[in-house]
Design a protein around this ligand. Structure first.
Ligand code: PHE
Length: 342
C-alpha cells in the first residue's frame, strides 16, 4: 500500500506539472493518462489488491486522482486546443458534405402542375373537408336517394353518424363554394377522395382529384371546351388531340367525358390506351339547374360548368409507375426518385 500511495503522489505531481503548448501534446497527455491503456486506468486496477477495510478510503483517493487528470486535460485543451479545432488541421478546400434534401410526392407534383395551369386562367384554389355530410357529397349535387353511387358498397360511412361519410369526389367543394353566396366563382379544388374499392395495382380505396367550377352570367359549353382545350395543350403539348363523349352525371347537364389522344403512343394504339389511341382524363358538363338552385343561385341568371379529373392516372403515366399502391406506401426508395422533378 505504501508503494501505491507514493506512486500516486508522484503521478499527481507529474500531472500538476504538465504543460502542453500544442494540440499534439494535449493528445499525448490524454493518451498517457486517460486513454484506454492509460495510467489512470492502471492505477484504478490496483483497487483489487487493496485490503477490504481500506477500500473506501482508497477508492476516494483514486477517484480524486482521476478527477485531477480529467480536469488537467480540460485545462490543457482550453489553452492549447484539440487536434480537431486547431487551425491548420481543417482542409478548407474540401467539398462540403451534401445536405440531404427531401423531395415532393409525385401526386403533389402532378396536382401542382394541373392547378397552376388553371391558376393562370384566373381560377382560385379552394379546399373542402374529406369527412363530409350527405348534403354536400350527394343531395345538393342532385344525386337522387336511390342513386347507385350512394350504395354502401362504394361509400365509406362514418359509424357514429349515418349522415357523415368520406367524400367520394371533390364535387362537394362545388357546393361549399356556391353556398358562400359570392359570384362569380372561378375555382379549382384539389383533394383526396375515398371509395370502397378493392385495393389492387390499378385502383385504391383512396385517391386524388382536381375539381373545377366556373359560375357566372352567360357561361356556355363553348367556354368549358375552350378552358379544357387550353388545359390539355399546356399539360400534354400542342399536338394533343381531344374528343368529348356524351356521358351522364346527376350534377351536370349536358355531361361529357373528355379523352386525349394517347400521350404514350400518340394515338396509334398501345397497352396504356388499350389499343384505342385515346385516354380518358376527365368528366365535365354544365352545372345542373337543380344544383344551382340548391345553393340559392338563380339558374335563370347564372350558368356554369364543372369538371373533375383524377390525379393518380396521369401521374402513373407520366412517371411510368405501374402500381397505384406505391403512392401511399411511403417507401423512401420510391419517393426519393422524384427529387429532380421539383
Ligand atoms: N365527380 C365526378 C367523378 O368523380 C367528376 C365530375 C366532376 C363530373 C364535375 C362532372 C363535373 O367522377
Amino acid at each position: 500500500m505504501e508503494e501505491l500511495l507514493k506512486q500516486l503522489e508522484a503521478y499527481r505531481a507529474e500531472i500538476n506539472a504538465s504543460t502542453a503548448t500544442d494540440p499534439k501534446a494535449v493528445e499525448e497527455f490524454r493518451i498517457k493518462w486517460l486513454g484506454t491503456k492509460g495510467l489512470v486506468k492502471s492505477v484504478m486496477g490496483e483497487m483489487k489488491n487493496v485490503p477490504a477495510d481500506q477500500k473506501k478510503a482508497f477508492g476516494q483517493l483514486l477517484n480524486d486522482f482521476k478527477v485531477l487528470a480529467e480536469n488537467k486535460f480540460e485545462a490543457l485543451k482550453e489553452t492549447a486546443g484539440t487536434p480537431e479545432s486547431a487551425s491548420g488541421s481543417i482542409d478548407l478546400s474540401l467539398p462540403a458534405d451534401e445536405m440531404p434534401l427531401g423531395s415532393r410526392h409525385p401526386i403533389n407534383l402532378m396536382r401542382n402542375r394541373i392547378v397552376s395551369i388553371f391558376q393562370r386562367l384566373g381560377f382560385a384554389v379552394a379546399e373542402g373537408p374529406e369527412i363530409e355530410d350527405d348534403w354536400h357529397n350527394f343531395t345538393a349535387l342532385n344525386l337522387p336517394e336511390h342513386h347507385p353511387a350512394r350504395d354502401m358498397q362504394d361509400t365509406f360511412y362514418v359509424q357514429q353518424n349515418p349522415d357523415w361519410l368520406l367524400r367520394t369526389h371533390t364535387s362537394n367543394v362545388q357546393i361549399r363554394e356556391m353556398e358562400k353566396g359570392k359570384l362569380p366563382i372561378r375555382g379549382i379544388f384539389p383533394g383526396r377522395v375515398y371509395r370502397n374499392e378493392t385495393v389492387s395495382a390499378r385502383s385504391h380505396c383512396f385517391f386524388h382529384q382536381v375539381e373545377g367550377l366556373y359560375i357566372d352570367e352567360n357561361v356556355s359549353f363553348a367556354d368549358l371546351k375552350q378552358t379544357l382545350y387550353f388545359f390539355v395543350k399546356e399539360m400534354y403539348g400542342k399536338d394533343v388531340r381531344v374528343r368529348f363523349r356524351p356521358s351522364y352525371f346527376p350534377f351536370t347537364e349536358p355531361s361529357a367525358e373528355m379523352d386525349v389522344s394517347c400521350f404514350i403512343c400518340g394515338g396509334s394504339g398501345c397497352n396504356i390506351c388499350k389499343k384505342t389511341g385515346w385516354v380518358e382524363i376527365l368528366g365535365c358538363g354544365m352545372v345542373h339547374p337543380n344544383v344551382l338552385q340548391n345553393c340559392n343561385i338563380d339558374p335563370n341568371k347564372y350558368t356554369g360548368f364543372a369538371f373533375g379529373m383524377g390525379i393518380e392516372r396521369p401521374a402513373m403515366l407520366k412517371y411510368g409507375i405501374n402500381d397505384i399502391r406505391l403512392f401511399s406506401e411511403n417507401d423512401i426508395r420510391f419517393l426519393k426518385q422524384f427529387t429532380a422533378a421539383i
